[in-house]
Design a protein around this ligand. Structure first.
Ligand code: SAH
Length: 354
């Protein structure tokens, strides 16, 4: 049975006002509560010291607060830190803090596992356990900001942890509104990047939102055959349709769409691929972020040499494409792209090496 009590961590400011006034209290207390939860990262009503004892007792009786709790924390030699969060139902997810990209960045999860099953991604091997709630998605950020004492700093958020954000559309959008609220952490959409495998109906919906995060699209191939092989869930889709959807995606002045392109030795890293990619992106306000594969046991691909990565990047640059190579962070602690997976315990579903 689901808990009928409202979860305060899940409510937008206007919803919180309804709960507070429903208890007979003044509307402005909603702002105080939102601030304690989202700005200060507190998780208990008794920590909200500017509320009266009686309002605290009422809230305690009538509501819950769901906060993911940090149950492990590992620091990489390069300063990247990986956090293991345990959720209310005992499921676990991972988030990563990257201190210098050059900004401070939180990489957060939107699902427990992922249903997209990309052949080179460890999270994909887990399959999808469940969607996260908006409170759990935003909760990773408010807890990390508190743990790292960054509540008053500027930071970026990338939805590139476990999961496909557009497959959990409503909760992801609500989480972004919770994070953007001025009473909370006030992370504006300009500082948020949503990375998607390219779910077209959801991309169309996203383009109608009142505010839109930066968009990163996982392209990963220049022919339908290779893309269908790497991303089984893209089999109903043609690259041309994805690119056309990107052409229609609304961009503000000077913004660009990022195309992520994982480089797999001998699979999608040839000169012909570079040439096709240049042609495909002609006229699009785009940049390409190359992701040399982070290898892992059970992943049947290998990472191209640095020289090959460089050749591919120069091929794109020669064709006029704005290109960068993602520096892999936190590989020694399994915190790099595609390395997030819960090892050990009931969720372990890592495939054996072929
Ligand atoms: N579901 C979203 C977010 C995935 S994580 C999406 O598909 O875009 C962010 C990026 O890391 C994606 O481009 C993803 O394809 C890539 N990635 C996954 N596994 C990787 C690996 N082993 N090495 C390098 N990049 C990887």
């Amino acid at each position: 049975m689901s808990d009928p009590k409202p979860d305060l961590a899940e409510l937008e400011p206007a919803e919180l006002e309804t709960v507070v006034t429903g208890l007979g209290a003044k509307r402005f207390h909603a702002q105080q509560i939102f601030r304690w939860l989202h700005r200060r990262g507190h998780e208990r009503v008794d920590q909200m010291t500017d509320l009266s004892q009686s309002l605290r007792a009422q809230l305690d009786a009538a509501c819950t607060i769901t906060t993911p709790s940090v149950t492990d924390r590992v620091r990489s030699a390069d300063g990247t830190e990986k956090f293991l969060f345990t959720l209310g139902d005992g499921r676990t997810i991972e988030s990563v803090f990257i201190p210098d990209t050059p900004a401070l960045t939180f990489c957060v999860s939107t699902q427990v596992g992922c249903a997209m099953r990309c052949g080179f991604c460890l999270t994909g091997k887990m399959g999808l356990t469940r969607h996260l709630t908006a409170g759990e998605i935003a909760g990773q950020v408010r807890v990390l900001a508190r743990e790292l004492d960054l509540q008053d700093s500027r930071f970026n958020i990338v939805l590139m942890g476990m999961g496909e954000p557009l497959h959990n559309y409503d909760a992801t959008m609500k989480a972004l509104r919770l994070l953007a609220a001025p009473e909370g952490l006030a992370v504006t959409p300009k500082r948020v990047t949503l990375s998607t495998v390219g779910l077209l109906p959801a991309m169309a919906k996203l383009s109608e939102e009142p505010w839109i995060p930066n968009l990163a699209v996982s392209l990963h191939a220049t022919t339908d055959r290779v893309r269908h092989e790497l991303i089984p869930t893209s089999r109903q889709q043609r690259i041309a349709d994805l690119i056309n959807a990107c052409r229609r995606f609304p961009l503000k002045h000077r913004d660009r769409i990022t195309f992520e392109y994982v480089l797999l030795a001998g699979v999608n890293d040839t000169e012909a691929d570079a040439t096709r990619l240049v042609g495909m992106l002609r006229g699009l306000r785009a940049k390409v972020n190359l992701l040399p594969l982070n290898e892992a046991p059970g992943i049947p691909f290998s990472r191209p040499s640095d020289e090959q990565v460089d050749r591919f990047a120069r091929g794109l640059a020669r064709g006029g494409v704005n290109v960068s190579v993602r520096k892999s962070r936190g590989r020694d602690i399994g915190a790099a792209c595609g390395q997030l997976i819960i090892e050990g315990g009931p969720q372990r579903t890592v495939a054996a090496a072929p």
